[in-house]
Write a protein that binds this ligand. Structure first.
Ligand SMILES: [Zn+2]
Length: 395
């Protein structure tokens, strides 16, 4: 405290306390010409100086209380409110700082002042808590209001799915063959080794078994590699004549790529009747190709080998894009391979209890995906299995 300030305080005090105690305050020590420090000590030991001190901290406390309540009322959000709290109640807050000044108060003033500070602290804490809960309530109300369900909004459209290219092709194939008097038959996907191989003239050591390596459940039961076992099951029933197609899922131990999949679909066809010849087979498949790919397509039969047919052939259809001239679609060949077929092997007929001298038959197998890819000009088989609506809805 500077001497000037002491003097100012003295004069202030004198003015306020007209005479009386002023005499006491300014009573000179010794010869009346004392040092500043002595005057200070004198003033500090004097009760009226302490009262000044008390008044000063009381005023300061009151100022803090008033300003803090204003700031609380003014705080616009929880962050601002927290800042007000830290300024006043924090570790280095204004109340803490004020408490440090208590040292300068007299022993009897200290507890009184302490109580006052405590009152202010409680008041501020209460105000902060009230304001905080009000803010949180407002926040909640605003959130509730903004998240109200507007029942007048238009409803979300339920999007219909789209028929898969495979389904469309299968429906068409079935329609064509039912139109020619065929029956649609289904068989089990988990099949006996006997029906899948042996009854189709593929004994255990036959090389064709390697090509069709599949998923075995055990030595005798497997996931069928072709729909042909359905033919055997139908023949075994002994109801002749037979005109059937058997569509379904088949399995091979193949890696997934643009043209292979461990699971795909085949449509098997078979006719058993008297006086059936290769001409019937050719006529039937030509009719199918005309209905499926257009009236102008031609068929080409290339000799081939299948264990369960004799003779056997692979069938190409003339490119329905370029009419057989050769284009990118048919890889310049003019022809596209579509299926395998042949006359049912006499051994297969015999194994199913049919006399090959009396009955003959033909059979064919088409890859359903192969037709889908050709018909819809899809260049990657994997697209058929991804079930992406953006892809499927193009067809
Ligand atoms: Zn072509």
């Amino acid at each position: 405290m500077t001497l000037a300030r002491v003097r100012r305080m003295e004069s202030l005090y004198l003015r306020r306390n007209q005479g009386g105690t002023a005499e006491l305050c300014l009573r000179p020590f010794g010869d009346g010409d004392f040092f500043r420090n002595d005057r200070m000590r004198a003033l500090q030991s004097c009760g009226c100086f302490r009262r000044r001190k008390t008044m000063a901290v009381n005023e300061k406390l009151e100022e803090i209380r008033r300003r803090t309540l204003e700031n609380i009322a003014r705080a616009g959000n929880l962050e601002e409110l927290n800042e007000v709290r830290l300024t006043v109640l924090g570790k280095r807050g204004e109340l803490k700082e004020l408490m440090k000044g208590m040292r300068e108060l007299s022993a009897e003033e200290r507890p009184k002042f302490g109580q006052l500070v405590n009152d202010v602290r409680q008041m501020v804490e209460q105000e902060l808590a009230d304001r905080k809960s009000k803010m949180e309530e407002e926040l909640l109300n605003r959130k509730l209001a903004s998240e109200t369900i507007d029942v007048t909004l238009p409803a979300k459209k339920i999007k219909l799915g789209h028929r898969h290219p495979n389904t469309r092709v299968l429906d068409e194939v079935e329609r064509i063959f039912i139109g020619m008097g065929y029956e649609v038959v289904e068989g089990p996907e988990i099949e006996y080794d006997y029906y899948n191989f042996e009854a189709l003239n593929i004994p255990a050591n036959h090389p064709a078994k390697d090509e069709q390596d599949t998923f075995y459940i055990n030595k005798d039961i497997l996931l069928r590699t072709q729909t042909s076992p359905v033919q055997v099951r139908v023949m075994e029933k002994g109801k002749l004549p037979i005109r059937m197609i058997a569509p379904g899922r088949v399995f091979r131990a193949d890696e997934v790529d643009a043209t292979h999949s461990p699971s795909f679909h085949q449509i098997e066809g078979m006719v058993i009747d008297k006086n059936i010849t290769m001409a019937d087979l050719k006529g039937t498949l030509l009719e199918f190709a005309h209905k499926m790919f257009g009236e102008n397509v031609r068929l080409k039969f290339r000799p081939h080998h299948f264990p369960f047919t004799e003779p056997s052939a692979e069938v190409d259809v003339s490119c329905f894009k370029c009419g057989g001239k050769g284009c990118r679609f048919c890889k310049g060949e003019g022809w596209i391979e579509i299926l395998g077929c042949g006359m049912v092997h006499p051994d297969v007929l015999r194994m199913s209890g049919i006399d090959p001298e009396e009955y003959q038959g033909f059979a064919f197998g088409v890859g359903l995906e192969r037709i889908s890819l050709l018909k819809y000009e899809i260049d990657d088989m994997r697209l058929l299995y991804e079930n992406d609506d953006r892809f499927l809805s193009q067809f």
